[in-house]
Design a protein around this ligand. Structure first.
Ligand SMILES: Cc1cc2nc3c(=O)[nH]c(=O)nc-3n(C[C@H](O)[C@H](O)[C@H](O)COP(=O)(O)OP(=O)(O)OC[C@H]3O[C@@H](n4cnc5c(N)ncnc54)[C@H](O)[C@@H]3O)c2cc1C
Ligand code: SF4
Length: 330
């Protein structure tokens, strides 16, 4: 049986109290939201914090509602509540769909949006017991000096495996971060960095308090597709999130497409602006699939064949756009 390392548990009742604890314990502390990622990682000795700060009793982080033309979602909103929320289902169906596809039902009742966005990157050589990692000689991301995925590589390429991140990126969301030093709001695009060791700009004393997504003024269409081995409970091997703003005549004013679960950060597909102002038809969707295929190169960071994952990119791009453009509720 895997046991937890010793730690002191704190249960603040407000953001202010949580920040005081972060100020006191900083780098020696870890935040615990639903614990569905943190606890297994602690059992694997990937994290051995002296202090664990539980956020469950911080009521102000559990709110979800419309404010200043945006949907504001507290970081402690559970994935199950996010998936069930009528406004999210109606306005941002891809977000509801992504939340509903994280792990399995019990984990979604515990797991939160904040924990999902701050999810540690994953790799077949890292998400293992201490004994397993020690036998291998560890790796760059934790306790070692070499990468087993990219031989001679100086950078960790463990995969960003969070389902809500690519969708929120495709929706142009922002995150609010609070620390004892103050507060900042960042476009989610600036929150992630291409470093599998730590793929966010979150400082050790910072807390995600809220995610904001602007409410659309026109016709927003969205789609989300996830490739995984077990549909009932599994991390993604590939994810595709798409969003577009359609004019009355069916032309796309803008298009966003994010591919994830391949490398250390989600990838926003580039050089697609020439399709803006044109109909989002089968030829355009095919072109989007090819653009994504050319820009994405899966690695052996998970136990799924990288060649197959790459071939699935245009297939999942097509499915995501078909889902986005289908009439009726998704
Ligand atoms: C069997 C299994 C399958 C899974 N499948 C998937 C999957 O398919 N897709 C997927 O996305 N995830 C999956 N997960 C991972 C996990 O369940 C989810 O990502 C979940 O959303 C994590 O949220 P949490 O609240 O439990 O985070 P926690 O475990 O509490 O925290 C995760 C990390 O985020 C940090 N953190 C938490 N809240 C905040 C905050 N407010 N501010 C700053 N940092 C914070 C923690 O310190 C920790 O480092 C799976 C887990 C298991 C065990
Ligand atoms: S990608 Fe390389 S450095 Fe990163 S976790 Fe995997 S083996 Fe370790």
């Amino acid at each position: 049986m895997l046991t937890l390392p010793p730690f002191q548990f704190h249960s603040p009742k407000s953001v202010a109290e949580a920040l005081t604890l972060l100020e006191a314990h900083g780098a020696k502390a870890k935040l615990h939201a639903g614990g569905t990622d943190l606890v297994p990682n602690m059992k694997h000795r990937l994290f051995t914090p002296e202090h664990v700060i539980g956020l469950r009793d911080v009521a102000e982080l559990h709110r979800i509602g419309e404010r200043d033309g945006a949907l504001a979602i507290g970081s402690m909103v559970t994935l199950a509540d996010l998936a069930r929320d009528e406004r999210v289902r109606a306005i941002f169906p891809s977000l509801s769909s992504a939340a509903a596809q994280v792990a399995g039902p019990q984990l979604r009742e515990m797991g939160t949006l904040g924990g999902n966005l701050a999810l540690d990157t994953r790799c077949v050589y890292y998400n293992q017991t201490y004994f397993w990692r020690k036998a291998l000689g560890y790796c760059l991301k934790k306790d070692g000096t070499v990468c087993h995925v990219v031989k001679g590589g100086q950078k960790c390429v463990a995969a960003a495996s969070n389902d809500t991140a690519p969708v929120l990126l495709s929706l142009g969301a922002t995150v609010r971060l609070q620390s004892p030093r103050g507060s900042r709001e960042l476009p989610l695009d600036q929150f992630y960095v291409a470093d599998g060791i730590r793929n966010t700009v979150l400082e050790p004393d910072e807390l995600i308090t809220e995610v904001r997504v602007l409410l659309p003024q026109g016709r927003l269409v969205t789609g989300y597709q996830k490739l995984r081995l077990r549909a009932s409970i599994d991390y993604p091997a590939l994810t595709v999130a798409v969003a577009a703003w359609l004019e009355k005549d069916g032309t796309a004013q803008w298009i966003r497409m994010v591919i994830s679960a391949l490398g250390a950060r989600p990838h926003a597909v580039k050089r697609i602006e020439h399709l803006f102002g044109k109909p989002l038809d089968a030829a355009a969707i095919d072109e989007l699939g090819q653009a994504a295929y050319k820009q994405c190169h899966p690695l052996t960071n998970i136990n799924v064949d990288p060649g197959w994952r790459r071939l699935m990119i245009p297939v999942f791009v097509r499915r995501a756009w078909q889902q986005a453009l289908a009439p009726g509720p998704q």
